[in-house]
Ligand binder design. Structure first.
Ligand code: IPD
Ligand code: CA
Ligand code: CA
Length: 271
């Protein structure tokens, strides 16, 4: 298995350096959907990652965000997000990464998330622990929601349908706060490394979360659906936490799903 992780680390480093060069030049963006941005950096990074994977592992399948899919003949499948955080990238907001993960017969076995600006390589393999730049990482020990820092994200597709603002308000009122960094894979890497205590998002894609789910598990945390269902890389909804606050978060979410707001939404005073 080590060769999968090592290869993924090498590819992520190479793609990350490509992304840094594009980032310095500030590339233009196009729209894939109403608010879904894409740049030439997304495509160039994906081309590089897919070419490398196909030359190392010709029989493996690939699911890649910008369409570089490949149906292989083996039980291995890679998930590739060549640039996670494209909106940040396009605006010069320094939070993005390249992430890839591989599953064998439906089980995640290795994954990496690389932040080229901070030169932070988050890596995990099943049963082998989670690492940041080769040092072991662990989730936080925050015992209660009241001691916790959360992060979330909002989808760019069909965003007017998102119910997340209800959850955002309740979590923000009870915890130390909610960050919205704009890069789901880094949010998950930060849960794995204890910089965040939990992260949730409705409507993630497999490539956003594959490596992050493995990292959080290997760092001692817990991942589930929003109602405690077993997690799937195909999600699409994910709650990831340090484990200790998982049940408390699910209880809070249950209240929100059922309209029991612990802190009511403030009214806007009328003139
Ligand atoms: C997006 C980012 C964002 C999350 C969106 C993702 P992209 O990925 O991870 O934080 O809220 O759901 O789609 O489009 O930049 O690869
Ligand atoms: Ca993404
Ligand atoms: Ca992307």
């Amino acid at each position: 298995m080590a060769s999968y992780l090592e290869t993924a680390v090498d590819i992520a480093r190479e793609a990350g350096s490509l992304l840094s060069h594009y980032y310095e030049r500030r590339v233009a963006f196009e729209l894939k959907g109403d608010f879904d941005l894409v740049t030439e950096a997304d495509r160039a990074s994906e081309k590089l990652v897919v070419e490398r994977l196909r030359s190392h592992f010709p029989s493996h399948s690939i699911v890649a965000e910008e369409g570089g899919n490949h149906e292989g003949t083996s039980e291995f499948r890679w998930y590739v997000d060549p640039l996670d955080g494209t909106t940040n990238f396009a605006h010069g907001f320094p939070m993005f990464n390249v992430t890839l993960a591989v599953e064998q017969a439906g089980e995640l076995i290795a994954g990496v998330i690389f932040d080229p600006l901070r030169q932070e390589m988050f890596a995990a393999e099943r049963g082998g622990g989670a690492y940041l730049n080769n040092r072991r990482i662990h989730v936080s020990r925050a015992p209660r929601l009241e001691d916790s820092l959360f992060a979330t994200g909002f989808p760019s597709a069909r965003r007017h349908k998102s119910i997340n603002v209800h959850f955002f308000h309740q979590v923000a009122m009870i915890t130390h706060g909610v960050r919205r960094g704009g890069s789901a894979a880094l949010d998950l890497a930060y849960v794995a490394s204890g910089r965040l205590d939990a992260f949730w998002e409705f409507g993630l894609n497999p490539w956003d979360q594959a490596a992050g789910i493995l990292l959080v598990h290997e760092a001692g945390g817990r991942c589930s659906g929003m109602k405690g269902e077993p997690v799937s890389v195909r999600g699409p909804h994910l709650l990831a936490s340090n484990g200790t606050i998982h049940a408390q978060t699910l209880e809070l979410f249950d209240d929100v799903f059922n309209g029991r707001y612990r802190v009511p939404l403030p009214q806007i005073p009328q003139p």
